[in-house]
Ligand binder design. Structure first.
Ligand code: NDP
Ligand code: OXD
Length: 310
């Protein structure tokens, strides 16, 4: 049994190898195709691999991603349709996203951008935030990450609503379903968090029309994909005061080009795709559990639905 680990772009391959070899001591793990024959590879763990890689693996039994979003792998013309594609669902990743969303929601809820502006002007201005029950947070996407963030915020007392493609029932959280209920979710979202997968249906979903449906002075936190946001529409909404601030962790082009207007916008916080990072230790365990399921004849967990796109 042989696994290929192919990861670049900020992934610590050495740490992954150590963790995977600890979790799967009975399995050979190769770091490249330079050794042995590619036809010996049964499973591949990949993230940001070079074009043509999958074409070279004729006997793959399952393909695992080291990250949660799979849109770039789905766009690979060499992706085999008959090999399960398994996305990353990792407790470490979820903890990171939960922390990040909570941090940015609290930042806006407690008026931190205004306090920071006051400090720059050496002004002592005391602002009284509303109670969390009077702060309406909307979460686009109620999957593994969105539902966790929604629960955390609701447990702190925020008035939380979430939006998904299929109906969800979550204790203490108002839920909205499908395109026809999106306006109702937007209308009540003073802080909007995007945790959707990137699909043809969600591409450009944060645009002039949807931003205009948020309450005036709302905040936007995009921790999903850059393509969810129409960049010029967001800047226009910020400049007009319709949107009071935005936290952006993902961009159409990454790294965000130095000349992009987001960098210098006074109401935008740019982060280099760090909201949540797959944690080697916990994720290696998840991968090992999944590999063992497959070897025992069980289906893997978290298989991507290729037609749905996530
Ligand atoms: P899931 O697949 O678990 O959840 C996706 C959610 O989005 C589901 O609730 C789904 O609805 C909903 N959804 C999908 N399409 C639509 C649609 N057309 N209309 C309404 N709702 C829709 O994904 P995760 O929670 O694991 O991850 C979400 C995204 O977060 C990833 O795809 C990735 O892009 C991003 N991410 C970003 C990271 C970062 O560091 N910035 C790190 C990790 C992930 P339903 O439940 O009905 O299927
Ligand atoms: C992602 C990830 O999908 O880093 O963005 O997992």
């Amino acid at each position: 049994m042989t696994v290929l680990l192919y990861a670049c772009y900020g992934v610590d391959s050495a740490a992954w190898l150590t963790a995977l070899r600890n979790e799967l001591p009975e399995i050979e793990i190769r770091e490249s195709l330079d050794r042995g024959s590619p036809s010996e590879i049964d499973f591949a763990f990949v993230w940001k691999y070079p074009p043509g890689l999958l074409r070279r693996l004729p006997n793959l039994r399952a393909l695992f991603t080291l990250g949660a979003g799979v849109e770039s792998i789905l766009a690979d013309p060499d992706l085999p349709e008959d090999v399960p594609l398994v996305r990353m669902v990792d407790p470490g990743l979820a903890i990171g996203m939960n922390e990040f969303v909570l941090m940015r929601v609290l930042h806006y809820h407690r008026d931190m951008p205004e306090h920071e502006r006051s400090q720059s002007a050496r002004q002592w201005v005391r602002r009284v935030p509303p109670l969390p029950q009077d702060r309406r947070v909307g979460i686009l996407g109620l999957g593994k990450l969105g539902a966790l963030c929604a629960r955390t915020l609701a447990n702190l007392g925020f008035d939380v609503a979430g939006w998904s493609r299929t109906h969800k029932s979550l204790d203490g959280i108002a839920t909205f379903t499908g395109a026809e209920q999106l306006p109702a979710l937007l209308k009540r979202s003073e802080i909007l968090v995007c945790l959707l997968p990137l699909t043809p249906d969600t591409d450009g979903i944060i645009n002039r029309e949807t931003l205009a449906q948020l309450p005036r002075g709302a905040f936007v936190i995009n921790v999903a994909r850059g393509q969810h946001v129409v960049d010029t529409d967001l800047i226009e909404a910020l400049d007009s005061g319709q949107i009071a601030g935005a936290t952006l962790d993902a961009f159409r082009v990454e790294p965000l080009p130095a000349e992009h207007p987001f960098w210098a916008h006074p109401r935008i916080t740019v982060l280099p795709h760090v909201a949540a990072i797959t944690q080697v230790q916990t994720a290696a365990r998840t991968l090992a559990t999944n590999i063992r399921s497959i070897l025992a004849g069980q289906p893997a967990n978290h298989i991507v639905d290729l037609t749905r796109g996530y």
